[in-house]
Design a binder for this molecule. Structure first.
Ligand code: NAD
Length: 362
């Protein structure tokens, strides 16, 4: 059956990296005999300019009618002062997309390719065995969404709320991801202080009974933040709530030292149910990089690795996903570098040359 992929390039370097990613996607689909169909739609600042809204109804309808969404990046200085603020690209497009598509699980693989070990800010001995962590962050609950939210000139209130079903479903995503990897899950909370964390821990321990092959551990969030820089290779999969995940996933990402290398997946309703595929939105974690937009120098690899996640989680095409990951590794081993991942004095290539090399390595 043909799988439909909605493609939203967005702003800044978005169209450049998505253009390269589509060449890759079609080449991999052909190689692995996958039937896919892609359809592009407007999102972000460009959508605002053309339609008056950063997430036009047709774009949302296309996403809902698709099996997966591939997103570039949105935003840029041109739209920083759009009024009302709810129409700014990040607020008016990204948050509603997550909400409307029910994307409750954010998966951020943090992989350090051995060829890029020097880009990490950590001492070489800490990462000599490589780094391969998956951070699973709850995306639609917790303190970012809890009500009431109130503010007077002297007092402000944010409310952190989690319900049992919300914790159960994200815990299952974490356990299922661990089953497919190193079979170790670390649940991160602040159970010594927060009621929501105490419920979180209780529920995670109960769900663990369904996954006896996965070794579960618990860490307080402050300790986890320390352990990530002290001994990152101890982690396999980390599952945590929204705000802790927001902070820890950025901390973990920076262990690799290269923003242009990191993909992400945000998964919806069928994830964590044992189903083979889940609806998902896939995007690089970096932004629209307005400072280099239009120059043809953006690193397309984070988007390529996002395509690999799309194939893995939404198309059940593990072999195709691994083909991309292996090709990216091979090209890095060969010494090819875009500017953002090059060492001083190293020759650099543009997006097209990097992308040609990956296609060649397939
Ligand atoms: P950014 O990630 O766009 O850029 C940070 C730095 O990293 C810049 O110097 C940029 O040139 C570089 N960089 C980023 N991606 C790169 C790539 N693929 N190749 C080479 N270099 C790369 O973050 P920013 O500058 O803080 O934000 C720029 C805009 O992007 C803002 O409007 C911001 O709101 C938006 N943004 C969007 C998303 C998203 O769409 N999901 C995420 C983050 C930021």
């Amino acid at each position: 059956m043909t799988k439909k992929i909605a493609v939203l390039s967005g702003d800044g370097i978005g169209p450049e990296i998505i253009g390269e990613a589509l060449r890759l996607l079609h080449a991999v689909a052909e190689k692995h005999a996958l039937q896919i169909e892609t359809e592009e739609a407007l999102v972000g600042g460009i959508a605002y300019d053309e339609t008056g809204h950063p997430l036009p109804p047709e774009t949302l309808a296309l996403c809902k009618a698709s099996d997966a969404v591939l997103l570039g990046a949105v935003g840029g200085p041109k739209w920083d002062n759009v009024q009302p603020a709810s129409l700014r690209p990040e607020v008016g497009a990204l948050l509603p997309l997550r909400k409307e598509l029910g994307l409750f699980a954010n998966l951020r693989p943090v992989t350090l390719f051995p060829a890029l070990a020097d880009a990490s800010s950590l001492k070489n001995e800490l990462i000599k065995d490589g780094l391969d962590i998956l951070v699973v962050r709850e995306l639609t609950g917790g303190i970012y969404f809890g009500q009431p939210k109130e503010r007077t000139s002297e007092r402000a209130v944010d409310t952190c709320v989690y319900t049992r079903p919300e914790i159960e479903r994200i815990a299952r995503v974490g356990f299922e991801a661990a089953q497919k990897r190193g079979k170790r899950l670390c649940s991160v909370d602040k159970a010594n202080v927060l009621e929501t964390s105490r419920l979180w821990r209780e529920v995670v321990m109960k769900i663990a009974l369904d996954y006896p092959d996965v070794e579960l551990s618990h860490l307080l969030v402050d300790n986890c933040a320390m352990q990530l820089v002290k001994n990152p290779s101890q982690f396999d999969v980390i599952v945590t709530e929204n705000m802790f995940g927001d902070i820890l996933s950025d901390e973990a990402a920076m262990l690799t030292g290269s923003l242009g290398m990191l993909p992400s997946a945000s998964l919806g309703a069928t994830s964590g149910t044992g189903a083979k595929t889940a609806f998902g939105l896939y995007e690089p974690i970096h932004g629209s990089a307005p400072d280099i937009a239009g120059k043809g120098v953006a690193n397309p690899l984070a988007t390529f690795l996002s395509v690999a996640l799309l194939l893995r989680y939404s198309l059940d095409a593990e072999a195709a996903a691994q083909t991309i990951e292996a090709a990216v590794g091979k090209v890095l081993e060969s010494g090819l570098r875009t500017g953002d991942i090059a060492s001083p004095g190293q020759r650099t290539v543009g997006s097209r040359e990097m992308s040609d090399a990956v296609l060649q390595a397939l």
